[in-house]
Design a protein around this ligand. Sequence first.
Ligand SMILES: NC(=O)c1ccc[n+]([C@@H]2O[C@H](COP(=O)([O-])OP(=O)(O)OC[C@H]3O[C@@H](n4cnc5c(N)ncnc54)[C@H](O)[C@@H]3O)[C@@H](O)[C@H]2O)c1
Length: 309
Amino acid sequence: MAVLGAGTMGHGITQLYAQAGFDVYLYDINGEILQDALNKISTNLDLLFQENAITLAEKEKTLQYIFTTTNLEEAVSGSKFITEAVSENLNVKFDLFKQLEEIVDKDAIIASNTSTFSIKQLSEGVQKKDRLIITHFFNPAHLVPLVEVVKSEEIAQEIIEHTVAILKGIGKKPVVLKKGIPGLIANRLQAALVREAFYLLDNGIADAKDIDLAVSAGPGFRWAFIGPLETADFGGLDIWKSVVENLAPLLSKEEKVPPFVKEKVDNGQFGTKTGNGLFTYQGNDEVQNKIRERDIHFIRLLNIKNEEI
Ligand SMILES: NC(=O)c1ccc[n+]([C@@H]2O[C@H](COP(=O)([O-])OP(=O)(O)OC[C@H]3O[C@@H](n4cnc5c(N)ncnc54)[C@H](O)[C@@H]3O)[C@@H](O)[C@H]2O)c1
């Protein structure tokens, strides 16, 4: 296994493969980021241990399966499954693909974690279009089960099945799209909801905390187990027919980012990464505590979701 790019997504994906017992070569052009990635993985594993999801021995074993390198050839030689998680820049990805195609095994699969480029766009940067696939993980990759899989017209069914089997083997819930669409499934649904949340906040309907609570204590509580379509069946399609008929014309159809969000971005208020966003955070300690709290909840939810009933 090889993971290329050790940033937000790359380190989590590396952790997953190592936890499942694969040797993983983690490559980045920046050696400091590699060290940082190892520290983050170690912290993630500590939290899993604290939550009784793994033993200390499993933590140590996982770390032993990870090899970091700034040498691409060392990272990918002999690897049959390569996950690309470098910066979301087509030129950077194309340049990497070009280097890869000169050194990878003939039957190696290249799985891109791109969020915004279509498989068609990515394919333009490779010779062997039949070995390229998208495996789109969610942040934090080591905890969120979903991986969206996007195939190209050129790819063989057996490569899709092999990719799905690998993802299931590391405990993920892959969803293979029948055809490509910008934003795939989950980000389209999220974007629709975030647009409405921005609208509600902008129009003073409730403050940010209460808008989030209305989701996490309401629909979001159900969505961990039943999606919007099953929810519609449970509620009754007769009811949901009226809900959509009555509400759809009144929902936000805004195509632009609302000025209050743009203003925050222009002022460098990006959220947790700058200490200020839609909420205010008292320094890095509060940010780290919030991330830790989030991850503890996710680990506990994951345990519940993995329980058979
Ligand atoms: N952040 C998210 O929530 C998220 C979610 C799903 C998918 N993605 C996708 O995952 C990919 C990575 O995103 P990220 O958020 O981890 O980005 P990031 O900026 O945190 O990390 C990218 C890493 O790639 C490295 N890099 C840049 N050029 C490189 C090269 N030529 N070779 C090797 N390494 C190189 C950088 O040094 C950096 O460490 C992107 O395609 C992004 O769209 C991100």
